[in-house]
Design a protein around this ligand. Structure first.
Ligand code: MTE
Ligand code: MO
Length: 421
């Protein structure tokens, strides 16, 4: 077949395949601008979550990230919602933007079939940047959504994959911006948003044809929806997702969070349990003779359930899980600082909290000096005025302001205080 003939057939195919009268640079630019405002926030909050995990202790995954390691700093304990905020934004905004991402991909899909596939070096570079951009975004969405559904169907470590996926996406986004930002600005200026919002279906016309392999259909069908109708549909999709998600963060709206994996709130008024005692192999009958062991001082100290009559302290603190939910409760227990003093460690620089749970990623967690010494950092034995339930960590669990939920170790058996780094 001659090249001319091939080109003619390709043009014909594009003409007949992509006929929506709504596609065009303006629509794509509007969706792009929304994503440009939102996606960097999702990426940054995700990276902050990584820092909050305490990579300095080898607690954040992946460990060896070479030049991609972030400036490491001790995650502060104040304000107490400091982890809850980025965690909630990362998951919430990430979910809410999914309809916009899908709409943006729909708006540019004819480009995927552009003919000839490569027109120039610049065009080739532009198309190549789409691989990390689109591939990275879709990979992060799919792994992120599966993670908050506790659905580890993939055969790799979620944290490692999601972390590297984020950098691939960030690289793709920066490259795409470098190439496309001027086109986005031009697209936004090509029509007035206000005018568009006043245009009903009857007056909806295709955008001005763009070239060479433009977004505007060469042979558009008559519109079945106005441009403002399409924007409302996408916005409505995002609002729906937002409505189904806020209950993961706002206690009073928890029943709305039907996307939350079922059975996560053990009883009405309770808060989610991430892993039950049964799943962790903890049996109440074994806890009758519970002892807390404190090490790191001159000699190990063992306390019984009375915890040596140390002063009890109450604090209202959130617990926030990277797997999507958070909740504020009123906790009562003894201060970790008092336990350190009791162990004979006057100025702890770190502490290793061990659960009675054997093995697994949750069986121990390192805390920084700040996290041990904060006056609200507790070994809690009660929540909301009642003893902890077995699923929430009976007989004692850690709760520290702004500490990621995963490090609020349940069923604590021992704490090792470090006096020197
Ligand atoms: N020993 C132990 N502690 C644990 C866990 C666990 O599985 N085992 N889960 C952690 C996670 S991931 C979170 S978010 C919180 C949740 O506490 P909750 O189940 O009481 O809500 O406990 C943390 N402490
Ligand atoms: Mo968690």
């Amino acid at each position: 077949m001659k090249l001319d003939e091939l080109n003619r057939l390709a043009a014909e195919r594009t003409r007949s395949m992509w006929r929506s009268p709504l596609r065009g640079p303006w629509l794509t630019s509007v969706l792009g601008a929304v994503l440009l405002a939102g996606l960097p926030l999702v990426a940054i909050t995700g990276l902050l979550d990584y820092v909050a995990y305490g990579p300095a202790f080898g607690q954040a995954f992946p460990l060896a990230v070479g030049p991609f390691h972030l400036p490491l700093f001790d995650w502060p304990t104040r304000p107490s919602w400091l982890f809850r905020l980025p965690q909630g934004l990362h998951v919430g905004l990430g979910l809410v933007l999914i309809p916009v991402v899908l709409a943006k991909l729909w708006s540019v899909v004819p480009r995927l079939f552009a003919w000839p596939p490569v027109r120039s070096v610049g065009h080739a570079v532009e198309r190549l940047t789409l691989v990390p951009l689109v591939g990275g975004a879709l990979f992060e969405i799919v792994t992120g959504v599966l993670n908050i559904q506790y659905d580890y169907v993939f055969g790799f470590d979620f944290y490692t994959a999601h972390y590297w996926g984020a950098w691939v996406f960030i690289f793709g986004l920066l490259a795409h911006l470098a190439v496309k930002l001027p086109a986005m600005v031009r697209g936004l200026r090509s029509r007035s948003l206000r005018a568009e919002l006043r245009t009903p279906l009857a007056r909806t016309r295709p955008e001005t044809p763009d070239s060479p392999d433009g977004l505007v259909a060469a042979a558009p069908t008559p519109p079945t929806m106005s441009r403002r109708g399409l924007l409302a549909l996408i916005g409505g999709g995002s609002l729906l997702v937002a409505g189904l998600t806020v209950g993961q963060t706002v206690d009073a709206l928890r029943p709305l969070a039907v996307l939350l994996p079922r059975g996560r709130v053990p009883a009405p008024g309770d808060f989610p349990v991430n892993r039950t005692a049964v799943a962790a192999g903890i049996i109440r009958a074994d806890l009758g003779n519970w002892r807390l062991t404190l090490t790191g001082g001159p000699s190990p100290v063992t306390l019984d359930a009375a915890l040596a009559g140390l002063p009890r302290h109450t604090a209202e603190l959130p617990i926030a899980c990277v797997e999507g939910w958070s909740s504020t409760q009123t906790w009562t227990g003894v201060r970790l600082a008092d336990l350190a003093a009791r162990a004979g460690v006057a100025a702890p620089v770190a502490a290793l909290v061990r659960s009675m749970e054997r093995g697994g990623p949750f069986s121990s967690a390192w805390l920084t000096a700040d996290q041990v010494l904060d006056p609200d950092a507790l070994l809690a034995t009660e929540v909301n005025g009642a003893p902890l339930t077995l699923d929430h960590g009976f007989p004692a669990r850690v709760i520290v302001p702004a500490l990621p939920g995963v490090h609020c170790t349940k069923w604590v058996g021992s704490i090792e205080f470090r006096a020197v780094a």
